[in-house]
Design a protein. Structure first.
Length: 167
């Protein structure tokens, strides 16, 4: 089944900021490869980051429509330099699990508290349909940003780390 492809969306904010929404791997530029985005996202999210492998897989899942079509990546560039990235994944679920998962939000350390994170999240929310869920550590400063935008705590996320072997 072929995904409906949308044209790359670009939005200029002021004289220097450019927000770009990409929905496929093919839409990425030469400098914004999957590996570059995964490495930068992980680096900028430390100490709250996943592994580069998991970050790369999350970006690919969003852009390749897994588990459901409609995921995307929003990048913020300032003076042609990457300043922030957001990855939105479509879950394919409804009801008890929202259809959208804000998977990653990363802003360059030198650009934090400048409004880039807010712009990325607001842009992503304007381009989704239905509720959005995210995971954030209780002590992560980004929690305050999410709350200001309107996210609220609904559940305590608990995980069991069972064996790596299946079967």
């Amino acid at each position: 089944m072929r995904r409906n492809r949308q044209k790359i969306k670009k939005e200029r904010i002021g004289a220097l900021m450019l927000l770009t929404i990409v929905q496929t791997v093919e839409e990425l530029t030469r400098t914004e490869t999957i590996d570059h985005l995964a490495t930068v996202t992980r680096e900028w999210m430390l100490p709250y980051a996943d592994t580069v492998t998991d970050t790369r897989r999350g970006i690919l899942d969003a852009l390749e429509g897994r588990p459901a079509p409609g995921g995307f990546v929003v990048t913020a560039t300032e003076e042609r330099q990457l300043a922030g990235i957001l990855v939105m994944l479509r879950t394919g679920m409804t009801g008890y699990i929202p259809p959208n998962l804000l998977l990653f939000l990363a802003v360059a350390p030198s650009k934090r508290r400048s409004g880039i994170g807010t712009l990325l999240v607001q842009t992503a929310l304007r381009n989704t349909t239905g509720p959005v869920k995210l995971h954030v550590e209780a002590d992560n400063p980004a929690k305050t940003l999410y709350e200001k935008i309107g996210f609220s705590t609904s559940y305590l996320d608990m995980r069991y780390k069972g064996s790596e072997e299946v079967g």
